[in-house]
Every structure is written in C-alpha cells, then in structure tokens.
Write a protein that binds this ligand. Structure first.
Ligand SMILES: Nc1ncnc2c1ncn2[C@@H]1O[C@H](COP(=O)(O)OP(=O)(O)OP(=O)(O)O)[C@@H](O)[C@H]1O
Ligand SMILES: C[C@@](O)(CCO)CC(=O)[O-]
Ligand SMILES: [Mg+2]
Length: 327
C-alpha cells in the first residue's frame, strides 16, 4: 500500500489568463488531498472518495462497466465527480503500460470546485501513490506533467500547468505557458473566505474562451490580466504589500469582466476590503467558492466570519512541500 498527499493552492494573480500563456503567481497552501493506493489482482478499479459530495451525494464506485456507482443520480453528475480520479489512474497505467487494478481511497480537506485546486491535488497525489504502488517513483517534473495531462484531458484541452505544478512542487510558483518555476515565497498574510459553493472549472474556462472569441474586449482583458501579474511580481519583489493589494483588486475587477465572479464572491471581496484588507480577489476558476484577501491584521478574517454567505474564513499557511510520500 502506498499513500501520498498533495496541497491545494491560491492564486495571488493570473488565473484564467494563464490558460492563454499569460503569467500567473500562485502559492501552495496547507490544505491537502491524501490518496492511498493498493494494487488489486483482478484488474478492477474501486475508488472510495469520502469527501466526494457533489449536489449532496457520496459515491463509491468502480471503473469496470459492470461496477458503476450505486447512487440515485444521473450518470453525468457521477462522471463530473469521478473524472479526475479516473484520468489520473489512466496516467498511472500509462507509466507502466499495465492494465492494473487498484483500490484507491481519497481523503481531502480541500473543498471541491472552490478555487483551491482540489482537482490538481487529487491528480498529483493519485498519480504519485499509484506509480509508487507499481514500483516507480516519478521525478517532480514528470509528476507535475502527468497531473497536468489529467487536467488537460478533463478540461477538454483548456488547462494551464499552473495548479498541478504548484501542487507537485509546493511553495510559491510562477507559470507562463510551459515555463514553470518555483519563485521566492512571498511573505504575504493571506486570508481565505469560502462561500460553501463551487464552480465547474471546465465550464468556466469554456465560458471565458467563448467570450474571448466573440469580443475583442475579452481578449484585451486577458492581456490586461497579464499586465497586472507582471506589475504584481514587481510589487512582491519590492515587498510593497499595499501595491500587491491594489493589483489584486484590479485582477478581481478584470476577472469580473470575464464573467467568472459571483454575487457571493463579490460580497466576500467587499467585506474583506471594507474591513481594511489591502486587497481581495477570487481565486481559481470562480463561479463560487473562495476569495483570497491580503491582511496583516485579524480584521478581514473576523469580518468574513460574520459575513452572511461566507461559510468559513481562515488564514492560509504556505505549504513549503508539494507532494509528500507518506507510506
Ligand atoms: N476529495 C476528492 N475526491 C475525489 N475527487 C475529487 C476530490 N476533490 C476534487 N475532486 C475532483 O475534482 C473536481 C473539482 O475540480 P475543479 O477543477 O472543478 O475545482 P477545484 O480544482 O477545486 O478548483 P479550481 O480548479 O478552481 O482551483 C471534482 O468534481 C472531482 O472530480
Ligand atoms: C481557471 C484556471 O486558470 C485555474 C483554475 O484553478 C484554469 C487552469 O489554469 O487550468
Ligand atoms: Mg481544478
């Protein structure tokens, strides 16, 4: 039996635009997905995902055609819930060329679809534990690359390397197209607000693509996000937190223009700003889920915890280590 964990992440700058090769800066955070893998002799795949509650169901399923989930929901919902795990296991099989079977158990404290990179963390941890179960330990770059292919496949060819590289490597990273590198961990006081909701990354990324194809303003907005990120990088190097915060606010405005914010994300962003946060923006794909605010004081976290529509507010701790090999 092998067990690996991998962290979630927040974007300081650049989600969505990173899909179009603009730069992004993100930080791994100490919320993890843990995946345990045991090889099966019968070639079947059984995934037990305790935390996999989407629209209120929990599912245990196997990938074999005769072993579909015994749940009273539509096949498409089940597919949405299980596709990242299925695809990650395909990557494991691709490494060894074997049609091996596995028992896979997933535990995660990263909320699903909330912008904290649960899909990337599950993919990284599953591929790492799965390949080790077959006697191969992947280098960090190959692990990140294979996890990226998982996201690329599930998001139908519209994914950046950002989330998976960050989760595999840990710390703070900068991603621009295929160029992925660790960057100096910024000492920034990050607060997260979570509205209890979720957005589907694949759908939100598709929405931005359509908008970008239809309107010049949307293509310009994607480029403008790239400008904000480059300015943000300078502000981070200068340790100019006020400027970092202002640029996060601009980044949020541009993401709103692309249609990926929501009423509750905006409400949390304004609650944090009104409480004195230096800046606040949504993180990840948007549609619902989490915001990230910059605040050295306890004020934004407290204000968020009293904001109707905010289910949870917490301070994020940077995860220095990406994938962890536990057994
Ligand atoms: N604990 C888990 N167990 C099994 N699958 C999970 C788990 N957490 C996430 N997933 C998979 O990841 C999907 C959510 O990924 P999605 O990319 O939409 O959101 P996210 O990664 O949390 O947010 P973002 O991409 O915006 O950072 C789920 O539908 C499921 O397929
Ligand atoms: C929206 C997006 O930029 C980040 C999701 O966390 C999609 C991606 O980079 O693949
Ligand atoms: Mg994701």
């Amino acid at each position: 039996m092998t067990r690996s964990s991998a962290p979630g992440k927040v974007y300081l700058f650049g989600e969505h635009a990173v899909v179009y090769d603009e730069p992004a800066v993100l930080c791994a955070i100490e919320r993890r997905a843990q995946v345990e893998v045991e090889q099966r002799s019968d070639g079947k795949l059984r995934v037990h995902a305790e935390d996999l509650s989407l629209d209120g169901f929990t599912v245990e399923y196997g990938a074999a055609a005769d072993d579909r989930p015994d749940v009273d929901v539509s096949e498409s919902l089940v597919t949405a819930a299980t596709q990242y795990v299925d695809s990650a296991i395909e990557q494991v099989r691709d490494v060894t060329g074997d049609e091996v079977g596995f028992d896979v158990t997933i535990e995660s404290d990263i909320p699903l679809g909330a912008g904290l990179g649960s899909s990337a963390a599950v993919a990284v941890a599953a591929i790492d534990a799965g390949t080790r179960a077959l006697g191969t330990t992947l280098e960090s770059d190959e692990l990140a690359d294979r996890a990226y292919r998982t996201e690329y496949e599930v998001q139908e060819g519209q994914a950046s390397r950002a989330d998976t590289f960050c989760s595999a490597t840990g710390g703070a990273v900068r991603v621009e197209g295929d160029d992925c590198r660790p960057t100096e961990s910024p000492d920034v006081p990050i607060v997260i607000g979570f509205d209890g909701g979720a957005g589907d990354t694949g759908e939100l990324v598709s929405g931005v693509r359509s908008l970008r194809e239809e309107y010049d303003f949307a293509a310009d907005t994607v480029e403008a996000i790239g400008d904000v990120v480059r300015n943000g990088e300078e502000a981070l190097v200068d340790d100019d937190l006020e400027e970092v915060g202002d640029l996060m606010n601009f980044n949020h405005g541009l993401l709103s223009a692309l249609g990926v914010s929501s009423r509750s994300l905006d409400t949390m962003v304004w609650a944090a700003r009104d409480a004195g946060a230096l800046g606040a923006k949504l993180t990840g794909a948007g549609g619902g889920g989490c915001i990230v605010a910059l605040d050295p004081t306890p004020e934004a976290e407290t204000a968020l915890s009293f904001t109707p529509g905010c289910q949870e507010a917490f301070r994020a701790e940077l995860a220095e280590t990406g994938v962890k090999r536990l057994e």
